[in-house]
Design a protein around this ligand. Sequence first.
Ligand code: ZN
Length: 497
Amino acid sequence: MADKFFWADAIADRIIKEKGDKKEYVCASGVTPSGQVHIGNFREVITTDMVVKALQNKGKKVKFIYSWDDFDRFRKIPKGVGAEYEKYLGMSISDIPSPYDGSMNYAEYNEKKFEKSLKSVFIEPKFIYQNKMNKKSAYADLIKTALEKRNEIKEILDKFRKEPLAEDWWPIMIYCDKCKKDLTTITGVDGYNVSYECECGYNETFDIRKKGIISIRWRIDWPLRWRYEAVDFEPGGIDHSVYGGSFTTSKEICKKIFDFEPPIYQFYEWIGIKEGQVFSSSSGNALTLEEVGEIYEPAVLRYLFVGTKPKSVFQISFDNDVISIYEKFDTLEEKYFEGTCNPREKRMYEMSVVNVPKVKPERSGFKGLITSVQIGKIKNLNNYDKLRAKKVSIWLDKYAGDDMKFEVQEKIDGEFSEAEKAALAQLKDVLKEREYSEEKELFNKFYEICESSDLDNSEFFDAAYRAIIKKTKGPRLASLIISIGQKKIIKLLGTLK
Ligand SMILES: [Zn+2]
C-alpha cells in the first residue's frame, strides 16, 4: 500500500491504530494572531490538513479545528505600530482595535487575512475563536479542576524549571473587569468563585461560570483544550517540542490533571526562505502565505510542502529555482496521468492538487510563459495558463534574476561589426523566405547562416540577442523569434544600419 511511502498516510494509520476505531477523529491546529500569521505557521496548518485528508481518504470522518488563540494578552507593540498602542499593553488582543482597519479588532484583522489565504489553497477548517470561548465561560468546569489541582500542576511544571514557580502561582490570569488589563492578583479561590484585585484599584469576587474574564496559561490551556475538544492529532513547532517544552508538560498535565490521553503529536521544523533579488527577510516583514501564493499557484504551493516530511527543514525559493519547481510539478502531473507514478508520487500529486481533474490539465511551462508574458502574447491562454501567467508576471516584477528579464526592441541599438551585420541580414532573408512553425527547422537555419558567414555559432547568437533584446543571452533564439512573430523580427532587423 501507499501508506508506508507517504508520511501523512503513515500518521493517519498511527492515529487509527492508537486511538482505535472512532466515529469521528479530531485533528487540531492553532496559533496566536499577535501579528501577521506567517508561512511558518502555515506549515502547521498544512501538516494537519494532510493528515485530515489522509484519514478521509481512508473513509474516516474527521473534524478539523483551527484555534485562534485570540484571548492572549497584547504583550508588545510590533514594529510599525504607533506608540499610542502602549495604552493597550496587558489587554486581550481581541479587545483592542486593529491599527490597519478600525472596523476590526487587533486579532481579527490578522485572522481574516490568513483565513482567506487558507481557502485559496483548499484548506477549510472549522475556526474556533478562543476569545469567544473564554468570554462565554466554556471552560469553567475544566478551569475549576485546574484551580483545585494547582499544586499538582505546579509540581509537573517545576520539574522542568530552574526556579520553581512562586507560591502564589495560579494556572490562570484574569483580565480586570474594569480596566480590561491583566494587572491583577488572585486573592482567593473557592469552588467556582475567584477573587482578585487589580493595580487600577478595582477588586471583586466573581463566578467563573458567569463572567468570562479568565485567560488560561498556555501550558495548562493546551492540554485543557485537548480534553475539551477530544483532540486525536495535533502538530507543534520545534519550540514546543524540545524536552521540557510545552508538549512534554502538556502531555503529563493532560493525563494526570484532565484524565485524558494526549493526542498523537508531530513536530514540524521551521521554513527558510531562499531570497530572490528583491525579497529580503531583513525588511522585518515575516513572509506570509499570501506572498508565497503570488508566485506559486495553489497546487504547486501545496506541492512544496507535500514533498517534505514535517521534521525536515526546507527553503521556499523566490529566485530562478521557481522555474524548476514548476517543472518538477508538471513532470509529476504528467507521470500521474500516464500512470507511471510510484505510490509515493501518486499520493504527492493527489495531496497537491486536492481535487484531481479527470483529464490532464493543458498547462504551459513556467519557462515558456516567461517569454510569452514579456512579449505580451497572453491573450489566447486557457484558464490554467492565465493563472500561471499572472504568477510569472509578478515573479518577473519582484524576484526574477536579470538573466530572465528582457524587452523586445523596436529599433536596433548598439554597435555591430561588418560580419555581424552580414549575418543578421542573412537572418532577415531566411525569415522572409518562408514562415516557420517548427523551432527545430529554424534552429538548423542558424547553422547554415554561420557556415556561410565569418561568425562562429556563439558569435551569431550573441549578435542576434543584442539586436532583438539588447542582451547577450535570452530564451532559446528560434523559439523567441517564432513567439515574437517573424514579421516583427524582419521589421526590427530592417532598422540595422
Ligand atoms: Zn483594573
